[in-house]
Design a protein around this ligand. Structure first.
Ligand SMILES: NC(=O)c1ccc[n+]([C@@H]2O[C@H](COP(=O)([O-])OP(=O)(O)OC[C@H]3O[C@@H](n4cnc5c(N)ncnc54)[C@H](OP(=O)(O)O)[C@@H]3O)[C@@H](O)[C@H]2O)c1
Length: 258
């Protein structure tokens, strides 16, 4: 199928961490509609990753995708991920760090293991993978990190993840300054609560009530469709943003403006 989207990103190599499901998959598809070549990274769900590859390849006649299993919280696995990228495509144009995990707990109950789980992927994983991506980028490369609204606003049980996302945004600003001269633009997207299939089935009643409250307080009145966030990520990667770097863009229906 050929999409009606502009094809400025046609043939670009886009590496997306955590692209088998959720926002990562929506982002992979959005790049696919532009005819990009997408590396769908995932941790363990091979079936979901295969489906994501099919979704990308169905999005545009010229779109390509490969699935690469790699635990991005493990520095050795990051090396292997980029070795696979080298074998398949030999370059990187866009790197999107989307994968995240955490333990949703009050801060008084957070363990050292919970901190490692969260920071190794959200913070260290971003930094190390971005280093590998930069090594393979020409001038005009793009790095986009997916943050979350818990980085700036209290959300129940999100203290650990919120602090990691705030660190991630700080790394984005520093990396943006360090890479500006090389023509590599580094930005972050900060989504509000995502409207994801099956999400409500997986959370406690307490969290559900908190999420409903956040949605009610969102000026647009609802959770954000992952496809809308994905389109903003693609915008950061496309033409017209050559002078945009070190930014954090809220895609949250106005939540951050309250
Ligand atoms: N959900 C929300 O409401 C919300 C709101 C604001 C921001 N965000 C942010 O948006 C991003 C995506 O969230 P989501 O809810 O769409 O995610 P999700 O549905 O939980 O999917 C997570 C993805 O990350 C992969 N992954 C997990 N651990 C990994 C690791 N160690 N190495 C490599 N890949 C790993 C998973 O792979 P497998 O399939 O193999 O497990 C999966 O592809 C995150 O950064 C999150 O913080 C989410």
């Amino acid at each position: 199928m050929t999409s009606s989207h502009p094809t400025d990103l046609q043939g670009e190599v886009v590496v997306i961490t955590g692209a088998s499901r959720g926002l990562g998959r929506a982002t992979a598809e959005a790049f696919g509609t532009r005819g990009a070549r997408v590396v769908v990274n995932y941790r363990s769900n091979t079936e979901a990753a295969k489906e994501a590859v099919e979704v990308v390849e169905a999005a545009h006649d010229d779109a390509e995708a490969i699935a690469v299993q790699a635990d991005v919280s493990d520095p050795e696995a990051i090396v292997e991920l980029f070795e696979r990228v080298d074998e398949a495509y030999g370059t990187v144009d866009v790197f999107v760090h989307n994968a995240a995990v955490t333990a949703f707990k009050p801060l008084t109950e957070v363990t050292a293991k919970d901190v490692s789980l969260t920071y190794d992927l959200c913070v260290t994983g971003f930094l190390l993978a971005a280093q590998h991506a930069i090594d393979r980028m020409d001038e005009d490369g793009r790095i986009i990190a997916v943050s979350a609204n818990d980085s700036h606003t209290y959300m129940p049980l999100h203290g650990l993840l919120g602090s990691a996302k705030a660190s991630l945004e700080c790394l984005v600003r520093y990396l943006a300054v360090e890479q500006a001269d090389n023509g590599i633009m580094v930005n972050a997207i900060n989504p509000g609560i995502l409207d994801k299939e099956n999400y409500y089935a997986s959370i406690s009643e307490e969290t559900k009530d908190a999420m409903d409250d956040l949605k009610r307080r969102t000026p647009k009145g609802d959770a954000v469709p992952p496809s809308a966030v994905a389109e903003s990520i693609v915008t950061f990667a496309g033409p017209g943003t050559e002078w945009v770097t070190g930014e954090v863009l809220n895609v949250d229906g106005g939540f951050a403006a309250l």
